[in-house]
Design a protein around this ligand. Structure first.
Ligand code: AVJ
Length: 319
């Protein structure tokens, strides 16, 4: 059976040059850093799916429960004939909860990982023959372009998983402001946001017993080794994750076990023992602090949902 999936090649996979340039700049910075968007090569995307299944990683499970419970309310607000646009669609699992209840006209999945995107949207097209499925590979960190040949009438953007947490509040306001700009009046943004909570619960979610998060973090070095001219050895680094209360964020780092030189694209970088390569920030909000951020980007907050323990939240923002 031929699968009716429209892959928009107009939006290109962020090319290798962006990885090279950004990693070089990040290694030269002090403290050293690499953007978390580079976690998601195929292996990284698979490891992230495994993180989502760890008992300590409450985010995915809780968001799915909230979405399942809120689906009828969401359909009421969105109205009929929506065009669902998923940002950072990954394995496109959560969106299934919405597809069944909302019955949108079309679905556009946007993700930075091209082959992962192809596989998951193909699966959606096979499972929902009534749905017009589109896919576009893009890094929307610096804004988002919708494909010219994708018609939107009643867009509902879906930005799940607390991916917004990877942006600083300032960057998040900018990104939300940009999404607000490309939405027509009445257009919606359904966004999942992780909440501030007990530090031990937060830290456990990023230090799972099975060490999947550690493998995910270290895979970034393996990816750099695979795709760039680099001799970095992942076994000479350890995973570290903790909650920075002052900044209201989980920080992930890779800590050098020893004094070492790393060769990267013809340059040499020194790591002190215990020196950190900062790989991720994951900001945590309160219901009110996120609503304030959304308002400052021009959005009206139509509704917010949370679970009984107030671990996670889903917000319906409207232009
Ligand atoms: C996809 C950014 C929401 O911050 O919880 C999971 C990524 N990093 N474990 C998060 C992640 C480590 C995740 N986000």
């Amino acid at each position: 059976m031929a699968l009716a999936i429209h892959f928009h090649d107009q939006i290109q996979q962020p090319h290798a040059a962006s990885l090279r340039d950004e990693v070089l700049a990040g290694f030269a910075a002090s403290p050293k850093q690499v953007s978390p968007k580079f976690f998601y090569d195929r292996r990284g995307s698979e490891l992230f799916e495994q993180i989502c299944q760890q008992p300590e990683y409450y985010l995915t499970r809780t968001e799915e429960q909230i979405l399942a419970d809120a689906a009828n309310d969401i359909r009421e607000i969105a109205g009929p004939r929506t065009d669902l646009i998923e940002l950072g669609s990954g394995a496109s699992r959560k969106v299934r909860l919405l597809l069944e209840r909302l019955r949108p006209v079309s679905y556009l999945g946007i993700d930075i990982s091209e082959d992962f995107l192809r596989t998951s949207t193909q699966r959606l097209a096979a499972d929902y023959p009534w749905l017009d499925v589109h896919a576009a590979c893009a890094d929307f960190c610096d804004g988002l372009e919708l494909p010219d040949d994708f018609e939107i009438h009643h867009p509902l953007m879906f930005f799940p998983g607390s991916s917004i947490g990877n942006f600083t509040p300032g960057q998040a306001r900018q990104l939300l402001g940009h999404l607000h700009e490309i939405l027509p009046p009445g257009g919606g943004l359904l966004i999942g946001v992780d909440l501030v909570k007990d530090k031990t619960v937060l830290e456990a979610a990023y230090n799972d017993r099975a060490h999947v998060t550690a493998a995910f973090n270290l895979n970034l070095l393996q990816r750099i080794r695979n795709e760039l001219d680099c001799d970095i050895d992942p076994s000479r680094f350890v995973h570290r994750a903790f909650f920075n209360e002052g900044e209201s964020r989980i920080e992930m780092h890779l800590i050098s076990r020893e004094s070492q030189e790393v060769r990267l694209e013809g340059r040499h970088f020194h790591f002190e023992p215990g020196e950190s390569l900062h790989t991720e920030n994951s900001y945590k909000y309160t219901l009110d602090s996120f609503a304030a951020l959304a308002n400052s980007a021009g959005f009206a907050c139509r509704s917010q949902w949370t679970d009984a323990r107030e671990l996670f939240s889903v917000h319906y923002l409207q232009r």
